[in-house]
Design a protein around this ligand. Structure first.
Ligand SMILES: *Cc1c(COP(=O)(O)O)cnc(C)c1O
Length: 371
């Protein structure tokens, strides 16, 4: 049996007629850059996230960059964030000349350890940028208290967390600006690059709308030095076809997660692997199902690959240890939980169309490995 980490074939084939019709509408109307499909999608996304505004852009990476630009983050600024995330979480900060100030992660959730944040705040702190890793929200209600106490805005890296909730509030609606990605492996994936930002603040929405088109409201008049970062009409059209299915897909991921949880427990494997920790009062959308394997993680990955089971490591190197960030002066040992996670985590297949037999096979092979 083959179990890929992610296979979009079934999803795309099922929706193929609707997707072709939607692409045809863009072709017929020449709405290639932003345009009517993107404008309609932005309304639907704002509704979905429970925010006043949603603003499309070219990628999740750009969403983060634009959000920080909206707060004028620059050379003398600091942004507090996690070292255990995708590269763009931090490159968005350094790209603006600002300094990422890392806070270690909670070993259970892999999200920011909020008890360590206040000690890192200085008068140069321009934003706090939590990541909702794997599809589970960081502790946003607690972060909100810190944000209000110090008057520092929150920027959510919600790239992996569209539809995730804490206390019934959706990702993107718990901060000044939420940042999302339509990279094909996310729960709502496009057919190319894309992203968007959410906000309830009219002034920020106004600025983000301009920043994504060279900082301009009126063509050839530039209020800010923005980016060329627009969502294209084809992506908008495809994403509008997919959005109505998003909740069913996220529920299917959650059902797959529950199945793994029961099966690994029944197989008596909870000593060898730690299952994902689900906090109370959250909706976890399981963009990834990540187990912790304290012993022999790389051997297990290799064994599963030999048995045609796809897995991946998110992420094998903490960001403070990346070669390009050496100049920041962090060193190995600075963020022990992040470093340990990079040696112990392993993502298993969890996509919505995964079959029960495939999951049983994954569990059986992991049991065989440890037997
Ligand atoms: C995917 C991702 C991004 C970047 O999104 P792109 O659309 O690929 O630029 C940023 N942060 C996190 C946590 C991600 O998972």
């Amino acid at each position: 049996m083959k179990v890929p980490l992610l296979d979009l074939t079934e999803q795309n084939q099922t929706l193929r007629p609707e997707i072709e019709a939607a692409l045809g509408r863009v072709l017929d109307t020449n709405g290639f850059i932003l345009g009517a499909e993107v404008a309609a999608l932005e309304k639907e996304l704002a509704d979905y996230c429970g925010t006043k505004h949603a603003i499309g852009c070219a990628s999740g990476t750009d969403a983060l960059l634009l959000a920080l630009m909206a707060f004028d983050v620059g050379a003398d600024g600091e942004v507090i964030t996690t070292p255990y995330s995708f590269f763009a979480t931090v490159s968005s900060i350094t790209r603006l000349g600002a300094k990422p100030v890392f806070v270690d992660i909670d070993p259970q959730t892999y999200n920011l350890d909020i008890s360590q944040i206040e000690a890192k705040i200085t008068e140069r702190t321009k934003a706090i940028q939590p990541v909702h890793l794997y599809g589970q929200c960081a502790e946003m209600s607690e972060l909100r208290k810190i944000s209000e106490k110090y008057g520092i805005p929150l920027v959510e890296d919600a790239a992996q967390a569209i539809g995730a909730e804490e206390f019934g509030i959706r990702a993107g609606a718990m901060s000044e600006i939420g940042c999302f990605s339509f990279y094909p492996s996310k729960n709502l994936g496009g057919m190319g690059d894309g992203g968007f930002m959410t906000t309830d603040d009219d002034a920020l929405a106004h600025k983000l709308n301009a920043l994504r088109v060279h900082g301009s409201f009126e063509r050839y008049y530039h209020k800010w030095i923005g980016l060329n970062s627009r969502l294209d009409g084809f992506q908008g059209a495809v994403l509008r076809v997919k959005l109505p299915f998003l909740d069913a897909w996220s529920e299917a991921r959650k059902a797959n997660a529950d199945f793994y949880r029961a099966a690994f427990t029944d197989a008596g494997l909870t000593e060898q692997i730690a299952l994902p920790f689900e906090r109370e009062n959250v909706r976890h959308i399981y963009n990834q199902f990540v187990i912790r394997v304290p012993e022999r993680r790389d051997e297990l990955k290799q064994f599963l690959a030999e048995n045609e089971i796809g897995t991946d490591i998110y992420y094998p190197v903490s960001l403070h240890q990346q070669e390009c960030f050496e100049y920041l002066g962090y060193k190995t040992g600075d963020f022990p939980e992040s470093e340990r996670a990079s040696k112990e985590t392993l993502a298993l297949p969890i996509f919505p169309e995964l079959k029960r037999e495939q999951q049983e096979y994954v569990v059986a092979k992991i049991a065989e490995f440890f037997a």
